[in-house]
Ligand binder design. Structure first.
Ligand code: COA
Length: 167
């Protein structure tokens, strides 16, 4: 798996998308510390049924890392007081986006894109010029190309992931 690069200076907000989601009572929120355990539980409960190709343990650990940042570098999609998706940045490593996931029944409505844009725009505000999508799932690469014109970084595998115990 290769990493992908996003030019943050080309990423724009999408107010029409946010308005469309608001009509469905979906809002994008940066995590507040009191919700830390709720967010980790959300991944723990849903990973196997909604994102079976991903590693639940890795996602929980990476998300937990993002929640130790101040402010937490994790955004949620919330509908009727329930989490329906999440996206982290500065989790696996500085300058990296991910992990991210949207519940199956909420996919295809723009939630993943809204979470991605919120994260990337936050990174831009924090001074980054580029973001790296760390080891995107093959099935999600087209999503990143389509939404933020991400480009595959040649020779980037295993990249930082060579530090994994089982790499
Ligand atoms: C990838 C994921 C986060 C996308 O979230 P989503 O809410 O379904 O995506 P959106 O509805 O915001 O999609 C935005 C656009 O990307 C397209 N898109 C979404 N997923 C896509 C995919 N896997 N391949 C190609 N295009 C995709 C949509 O069709 C949409 O296009 P449009 O604007 O022309 O309508 C979600 O499908 C998911 O949780 N997948 C499983 C976990 C995963 O793979 N996470 C990423 C690991 S790196």
């Amino acid at each position: 798996m290769a990493d992908m690069l996003v030019k943050l200076y080309n990423v724009s907000p999408d107010p029409a998308l946010i308005a469309r989601l608001e009509q469905q009572q979906i809002s994008i929120k940066r995590v507040l510390a009191p919700d830390t355990r709720r967010v980790i539980r959300f991944i723990e409960t849903n990973a196997e049924s909604h994102w079976p190709q991903e590693s639940k343990d890795s996602w929980m650990a990476e998300c937990a890392a993002s929640l130790t940042n101040h402010p937490p570098t994790c955004f949620l999609a919330v509908q009727q007081r329930a989490i329906i998706g999440f996206a982290c940045y500065n989790a696996t490593a500085k300058g990296y986006f991910g992990p991210t996931g949207v519940l199956r029944e909420a996919q295809g409505k723009g939630v993943g894109k809204a979470l991605l844009l919120a994260s990337l725009l936050a990174m831009w505000d924090e001074g980054y010029g580029y973001a790296i999508i760390g080891w995107p799932a093959r099935s999600a690469m087209e999503f990143y190309v389509k939404t933020v014109q991400a480009q595959v970084i040649e020779d980037s595998s295993p990249g930082i992931y060579r530090r994994l115990v089982d790499a």
